[in-house]
Structure formats: structure tokens, C-alpha cells
Design a protein around this ligand. Structure first.
Ligand code: AMP
Length: 383
């Protein structure tokens, strides 16, 4: 199969931190990069060889993008389908517009999982107050109402505990399509990164155990503290998802682990994922290098975990003020913590500003060090 050699210009749709880390890895491997930001603030631009800072519906931007890049990929899923299809009509786009369209929309995602017999939470599609009323009877409370499109990090979600008036809920939710799904009393949340190449070779990373803070990923613990059989099953399901999507690229599959050891797929991300950032320092091949490889028609690199690791997300609320950097001296004093900052000028709210990977001989040690740094950054006392 024809592969794309170093030196070529790789296009990427989206210019956020995932695009930034893609560009850094691509550059290390000798590729050049072209970032199309969509007109949004884009930390990838400063590390890209070229950029187009125009909205995704601009026809001149499209023309510039496809006439320069030899191949393209995406770094976030909420890119209009028309843009994905217009790009794919002119240059190879990996993953395909269809795979992205399934993952960007909860209704399509759930329908895909159900049709392939891949376990997920019971759900009902809702497009009106009347349908919500029916769904609330079919799905036992507690349940979670989620917008069909543009939801992430817990945005566009509402927990229903029973007794709510469907008319009122639907009015307040203010969307035209949603999914009501059963609330899952999970033991743990896991995620698996999976890389699949043009010729169908597929390989999964060891699962990450994910903990959230205010609905945003806080720490990922790798390897996840689950029985080997659970880890193997999560990897097997993740590979199946990639195969069923005929996926070319890197993707994240998120799971709920139940008390009985069974796994349900929560959602999929058609791109590198926050819970895969540990791969930058703790795995033979990073998730971003896998994206470069798959996009260029190269075989996947080894996903072997070289060291137990804890990834700590660094959110805006750890910054003393919007424009003041935290004191990083304790983090730098930890000889096995690796800092990654995304170069965002302003630390607004709980924005993702960076992450740090803590390496150790075992995850418990890494977790203690990560929690200590987190507590210091947040200015709270550590137990
Ligand atoms: P999502 O944006 O769907 O990944 O949801 C964000 C977070 O909300 C998840 O990581 C879970 O912690 C929680 N969550 C989402 N759906 C459910 C569910 N059906 N049951 C329990 N918790 C959920």
C-alpha cells in the first residue's frame, strides 16, 4: 500500500491541544503540518508549519486546505459533516466522515453500538416532551438526559431522579433531539485507546482508569486497577468498535465497569483522547504518533506500556489568576513528573491548560505524588 513519507504536509481539522500535540509528534517524525482552526482559538498554530484561521464553512479556506495538504485528519469531532465530506472528496481523510459523524452524535453512536451488539446503557431517543414522557416510563430512574449533538465533558446533560414534569424538563433542556439513558451505578470508568491502520491491523493500549472532577477528567491511572480479564475484555471491545467502524486512525472508547465485572461502552472519540495523554511519556508509541502513522498509511507502532503512570489534568482553576502561572517548582522537583502545557494565554474557569505524567514503579506511588501536586495547586490541604 502507498504510504505518505516524512516531509509531506499533513492537514488537521481543528487547532486545539490535541492538534498541537499531533503537530509536535508529526514534526519530530519529519512531517510538516497545516492546521485549519475553524476560526477558534488554536494553541496548535504556533507549532504548525502552516495554518488557516478561518471558519469551517469558508470555501476559500477549504480550497487552500485541500490544495496544500496531501492527507487530512481531525482533532475534534464537532466539525460540520459537510466540511468533512468536502475535504474527503478532494484528499484522503482519516478517520472517514462517516466514522466521525457516528461518534459526534449520541443518537447515531448509540444506534451503531446497539446494531452491532456492543453493550451500552439502555437508552431511548427523544425528540419531544411527549416522547420524553414515554421514555421516562421505559427507562427506570435515575436516568441521564443528554443532547444528541455537541455534548462533551458532561455538558448538555441532566440527571433525572423521578417525579420531574417532562414538559418542563424538555422546555428547559432546549434541544430538538436527545437521548435518555439509564444512570449506571458503575464501579469505575475505564477507557481504551485503539489504533487501526489502513490495512486493518488493530491494536489496543492497556485501559486507563479515569476519575473526574466537576465532570472533567481529573486523573488517569494506567494500568487500571482491574482484573486482567476485565482489561482484556475492554481491549477486545475497543478493537471491535474500531473494526465495525472500519476506522483508520486513533480513537478512544470509554467504558463503565459494573460491580459484576461487565463493561458498557459510554462513548467513543474519533481522535486522540485526554485519557491517552500518558502515552506521550509511558508508552512505546504515543497516541499522537499513532495518529500520524494511521493517517499516513503506516503500520501502528507498539502500544506497550513502559512504566506505570498517572496523568493529572491541569485545569484553569489551578492557576492563581487568569494570567499568572502556578508555581511549578514542586512538580519540577519530582524527577519523574513530566509537564505538558498547551500554551493557552488565559486560564479561564476549568479550561484544560495542560497535564503532567507521573511515572513510577507502581501506580499507587504515582497517584500519591500526583494528588499532592494537585492539592498544592488547588490550595487545599492534602490528607
Ligand atoms: P459523557 O459526556 O457522556 O462522557 O458523560 C460525562 C460523565 O458523566 C461520564 O464520564 C460519567 O461520569 C457521567 N455519566 C454519563 N452518563 C452516565 C450514565 N448513564 N450513568 C452514570 N454516569 C454517567
Amino acid at each position: 500500500m502507498h504510504s505518505i513519507a516524512p516531509g509531506s504536509l499533513l492537514g488537521i481539522l481543528g487547532g486545539g491541544q490535541l492538534g498541537r500535540m499531533f503537530c509536535i509528534e508529526a514534526r519530530r517524525m519529519g512531517y510538516r503540518t497545516l492546521v485549519w482552526t475553524g476560526g477558534l482559538e488554536a494553541p496548535a498554530v504556533v507549532v504548525a508549519d502552516e495554518s488557516i484561521e478561518e471558519p469551517f464553512d469558508s470555501s476559500s479556506a477549504l480550497e487552500a486546505f485541500v490544495s496544500k495538504a496531501v492527507v487530512a485528519t481531525v482533532e475534534f469531532e464537532n466539525i460540520p459533516r459537510e466540511t468533512l465530506e468536502a475535504v474527503a472528496a478532494r484528499i484522503p481523510l482519516h478517520p472517514s466522515p462517516n466514522a466521525v459523524a457516528i461518534c459526534q452524535h449520541r443518537e447515531r453512536e448509540k444506534a451503531f453500538l446497539k446494531s452491532r451488539g456492543i453493550p451500552c446503557a439502555p437508552f431511548a431517543v427523544v425528540a419531544s416532551a411527549a416522547e420524553l414522557e414515554v421514555a421516562m416510563e421505559a427507562i427506570d430512574v435515575p436516568a441521564v438526559l443528554k443532547t444528541a449533538a455537541f455534548g462533551y465533558d458532561g455538558k448538555g446533560q441532566l440527571k433525572l431522579t423521578g417525579g420531574e414534569d417532562p414538559v418542563e424538563v424538555w422546555r428547559e433542556f432546549a434541544t430538538d433531539r436527545a437521548v435518555l439513558e439509564a444512570f449506571i451505578p458503575f464501579e469505575l470508568e475505564l477507557s481504551v485507546m485503539v489504533a487501526r491502520s489502513a490495512n486493518g491491523s488493530v491494536l489496543a493500549y492497556d485501559p486507563a482508569e479515569n476519575r473526574h472532577r466537576h465532570h472533567i477528567l481529573d486523573v488517569s491511572i494506567v494500568p487500571a486497577r482491574v482484573p486482567l480479564s476485565v482489561a482484556e475484555e475492554a481491549k477486545r471491545i475497543a478493537c471491535r468498535v474500531a473494526e465495525e467502524l472500519d476506522y483508520q486512525g486513533i480513537m478512544g472508547v470509554e467504558f463503565f465497569l459494573l460491580a459484576d465485572g461487565s463493561l458498557l461502552v459510554n462513548e467513543m472519540a474519533p481522535r486522540p483522547h485526554n485519557s491517552g495523554h500518558h502515552t506521550l511519556d509511558a508508552c512505546a508509541t504515543s497516541q499522537f504518533e499513532q495518529q500520524v502513522r494511521a493517517t499516513c498509511g503506516l503500520p501502528p507502532g507498539s502500544a506497550r506500556l513502559l512504566s506505570p503512570v498517572v496523568m493529572l489534568n491541569l485545569l484553569g482553576d489551578m492557576w492563581p489568576s487568569e494570567e499568572t502561572q502556578p508555581d511549578w517548582s514542586d512538580l519540577f522537583a519530582d524527577g519523574a513528573a513530566l509537564l505538558h502545557l498547551y500554551g493557552k494565554a488565559r486560564a479561564v474557569g476549568r479550561r484544560k491548560m495542560g497535564h503532567a505524567n507521573f511515572l513510577a514503579a507502581d501506580v499507587e506511588n504515582a497517584l500519591v505524588r500526583a494528588e499532592k501536586i494537585k492539592a498544592d495547586l488547588l490550595g487545599v490541604s492534602h490528607p
